[in-house]
Ligand binder design. Structure first.
Ligand code: SF4
Ligand code: SF4
Length: 196
């Protein structure tokens, strides 16, 4: 019997009452190479009643993907339920720094559903609290905007130097803060005060 890694245990310990319910955004948005499923196409293993028809045998990317809304009641505001708000939030790497929070557009919603004054304020706070960029992606998973830990917001049209293509970002060292702990440790602290 294997022991869970620290980061997995830390995530399991986060308080949550949230459930996916009628949402299936991740099973549509994610690219799953093991299934030859492109991004933006509903997975053929999605049941009409909701849920995964091959649960338990679902591919590794489905198992390791983390939806921040679903993960805990304390991380992300309740109104960012992916099926309603038009995007989902996920981390690129949980177990070590650096990482990024991705804003991935949900099918049938505007690409810029994330771009309201209230949500911009939230993403600025999140980037600073976890010392990680918060990156808005298009449907091809190419970055279009980035909130940096230093408090900047860059647009790929105005700052192409920050968006070199191939799903990469080119942020300078000065955009990051000094605290480079793994993101799961920050989540345990639950000190990202989105309620204020
Ligand atoms: S996007 Fe999040 S809330 Fe929606 S189905 Fe996936 S894990 Fe559940
Ligand atoms: S295999 Fe299951 S968990 Fe993975 S994308 Fe398809 S329906 Fe979702």
């Amino acid at each position: 019997m294997g022991t869970k890694p620290d980061w997995q245990q830390a995530l399991d310990d986060l308080p949550t009452t949230r459930a996916c319910g009628a949402c299936a955004v991740c099973c549509t948005v994610l690219q799953i190479d093991e299934l030859a499923k492109p991004a933006g196409v509903a997975c053929w293993h999605l049941k009409t009643t909701g849920g995964c028809a091959i649960w338990g045998e679902h591919p590794t990317p489905c198992k390791t993907y983390v939806c921040l809304w679903r993960l805990s009641d304390v991380l992300i505001p309740p109104d960012l339920f992916p099926a309603d708000c038009g995007f989902m939030l996920s981390l690129t790497n949980l177990s070590q720094w650096p990482t990024a929070v991705n804003i991935m557009p949900a099918p049938g919603h505007a690409l810029d559903a994330w771009n309201t004054p209230e949500r911009r304020q939230l993403f600025h706070r999140l980037a600073a609290a976890w010392n990680c960029p918060v990156v808005a992606l298009d449907q091809a998973s190419e970055p279009t905007h980035v909130f940096t830990p230093a408090g900047n917001l860059y647009d790929s049209i105005e700052r192409p130097d920050v968006f070199p293509g191939q799903r990469q970002l080119a942020l300078s060292e000065s955009e990051y803060g000094p605290d480079r702990r793994a993101p799961y440790l920050r989540m345990q602290e639950a000190d990202f005060r989105w309620r204020e």
